[in-house]
Design a protein around this ligand. Structure first.
Ligand code: B12
Length: 333
């Protein structure tokens, strides 16, 4: 039986113009596939193009979008939001109780429209190679994506929703950053599309946003795979949140929806050793060519069974129980 779903756009042949932009090195090698040792991630995409082997390809991707008037307009709006100047940091550093500060930050982000907020100390192995980064804390924010728009993936409507939600990620991060600065501490908001200094997924997992799915994105117990991330980096001492596990990893092990839907077979059924961790991994060299010609694809998160509106809480409830029975059948823990 073929694992291909009937509606796959296959086979896909990338355009010669795109392929001319590809470097000789495999993106999977850059990501550290097969490496047993832990190390910082290397820059693969969405950094300064002159500092990464796939920089020319990144420029080509930007150009494709710039040729689409609607997308270009949304990108321009986003840039305006990114460019808003930060208020100065107050001269006098106020001592704020970490628990009170964390509550305040969480509330500010929620009031600004964030759907998820988590707080975590930054770990060295999350920081991309080559960045000078000296913030000890980060606040991570999640903003939900519109399911109907996402479901059009790989059409441009899904790509435009990605741009909109990147813009919104900046909007929801600014009030917390501004408040921290008004107390005399350093704080910087950081949204997409550029990667910035920190690999966000391991940080978001650690502060309770959910589990890594087979499709290489997070699965959250409320929003499934349908959300984007932004962050605030700060030196204000805060209180860390903990992980949230509810069986998504076990669910993914037995589900093949994204594997079958991926037009370019970039998603596998087995975990892969990447920089010292066995984890779900999406093949960069297969994913990227299609991504580059579909304004960011997003089929994998659109078809994920957890992404359907109202579905994630039901699945989380069910899979918490299944997973508990599987891993602790006698209920000893
Ligand atoms: C570069 C990048 C890409 C690249 C390459 C990704 C890659 N895996 O090689 C491309 C363009 C292909 C891409 C595609 C997509 N991306 Co992308 N991408 C990024 C970006 C900017 C940097 C991540 C990176 O460099 N990864 C390469 C290396 C470091 O990856 P890795 O070692 O394999 O580690 C990955 C995971 O295994 C996990 N991870 C890393 N360490 C550890 C440790 C442990 C213990 C665990 C459990 C997991 C874990 O996190 C990493 C995320 O890629 C982030 C934003 C950010 N600052 O983090 C968004 C980001 C990860 N992408 C995102 C999304 C949604 C997508 C797409 C669905 C596209 C879309 N239209 O939305 C696809 C999915 C394909 C995929 N999963 O690979 C979201 C995920 C949000 C979420 N809810 O999970 C992010 C966070 C953007 C955002 N701000 O919201 N992406």
């Amino acid at each position: 039986m073929s694992k291909r779903s009937p509606n796959r756009v296959s086979p896909f042949t990338p355009s010669p113009e795109q392929m001319a932009c590809w470097p000789d090195i495999s993106g999977n090698k850059i990501n550290g596939v097969g490496e047993a040792g832990m190390r910082r991630p290397s820059r693969i995409m969405w950094h300064d193009p002159d500092t990464q082997p796939h920089g020319q390809l990144q420029n080509w991707f930007w150009k494709q979008g710039a040729n689409q008037p609607e997308l270009r307009e949304k990108r321009t709006e986003r840039q305006k939001v990114i460019n808003v100047e930060l208020p100065p940091i107050a001269d006098e550093k106020q001592q704020v109780d970490p628990a009170d500060a964390s509550d305040r930050i969480r509330q500010l982000a929620l009031d600004a429209g964030a759907d998820l907020v988590g707080i975590i100390p930054v770990q060295d192995e999350w920081v991309f190679e080559g960045y000078d980064f000296d913030y000890p804390w980060m606040v991570i924010l999640g903003v939900a994506m519109d399911f109907d728009k996402l479901a059009t993936a790989p059409e441009i409507t899904a790509g435009m929703e990605v741009v909109d939600k990147y813009t919104y990620g900046w909007v929801v991060a600014r009030p917390a950053a501004n408040w921290i600065r008004s107390r005399g501490w350093r704080a910087e908001p950081k949204g997409g599309p550029l990667a910035g200094p920190v690999n966000l997924l391991p940080a978001a997992i650690e502060c309770g946003f959910g589990e890594l799915g087979k499709h290489g994105s997070l699965i959250n117990r409320q929003l499934g795979s349908r959300f984007r991330l932004s962050a605030v980096f700060t030196d204000l001492p805060l209180v860390a949140d903990g992980e949230d596990r509810f069986g998504a990893d076990d669910f993914c092990a037995g589900c093949q929806v994204c594997v079958r839907a991926c037009p370019v077979d970039a998603i596998g059924n087995d975990k892969v050793l990447v920089r010292g961790e066995h984890k779900w991994y999406v093949d960069f060299d297969r994913c990227m060519p299609y991504f580059a010609e579909t304004f960011g694809c997003a089929i994998c998160i659109a078809v994920c069974p957890w992404s359907k509106p109202d579905r994630a809480p039901v699945l989380a409830d069910r899979w918490t129980r299944i997973s508990q029975r599987r891993h602790d059948p006698d209920g000893r823990n």
